[in-house]
Ligand binder design. Structure first.
Ligand SMILES: CC(C)(COP(=O)(O)OP(=O)(O)OC[C@H]1O[C@@H](n2cnc3c(N)ncnc32)[C@H](O)[C@@H]1OP(=O)(O)O)[C@@H](O)C(=O)NCCC(=O)NCCS
Length: 159
């Protein structure tokens, strides 16, 4: 398994393969909508786990404002679940963001994505709010990053 940290707009095929995993796990996820959102943000980061069988999982997000990263979408293929891929994707994302000087990661999830909620809590996120939406409560989480983690290999989301 290898892990890639890239700008998703420069790696459209990889992004599309990741969105296939998102569709398998979370239902509708229109590429046009994702691209539109990504293009609204100057700094974006896709962390993807891939091997000979294809994309196993990913995390996708963007810089919301200086020092604050929104970890927007993420999933691990059902057949690959429970092998530490989700945890590793998150670790790599956080290490990279901390090394770039980000101080906060934000994310949101719902009760039905229980594994993600648990993984977020185990990874240091705190629940900071709940938004009531049509499809049920949307849980808002934040994690403060420790500055000066390992050096990034590229400058994709430098603030
Ligand atoms: C959430 C998700 C990314 C986790 O991926 P994963 O590769 O299975 O994660 P890991 O193997 O690194 O394990 C996550 C860890 O969280 C913890 N965990 C998860 N569910 C748990 C549960 N029900 N009870 C206790 N611990 C749990 C465990 O520590 C687990 O590690 P373990 O299974 O080795 O014990 C994956 O399950 C997924 O894509 N789910 C569906 C889509 C989704 O929820 N997306 C997010 C929408 S906001």
């Amino acid at each position: 398994m290898h892990f890639e940290l890239v700008d998703p707009l420069d790696h459209r095929e990889l992004l599309e393969a990741c969105l296939e995993v998102a569709r398998e796990r979370m239902g509708v996820c229109r590429s046009s909508r994702v691209l539109k959102t990504l293009k609204l943000h100057k700094k974006r980061l896709l962390v993807a786990a891939r091997d000979v069988r294809g994309v196993a999982g990913f995390k996708l997000g963007f810089c919301e404002r200086p020092g604050v990263f929104n970890s927007w979408l993420g999933a691990v293929a059902a057949a690959r679940e429970g092998n530490g891929i989700g945890r590793r994707l998150m670790e790599l994302q956080h290490e990279h963001l901390a090394a770039l000087g980000y101080r906060l990661v934000r994310t949101g999830t719902r009760n039905q994505f229980r594994r993600m909620l648990i993984l977020n809590l185990l990874s240091g996120f705190e629940l900071v709010g709940v938004r009531h939406k049509k499809n049920g409560p949307h849980l808002q989480l934040e994690k403060r990053l420790t500055p000066g983690a390992k050096s990034p290999e590229n400058n994709l989301v430098r603030s």
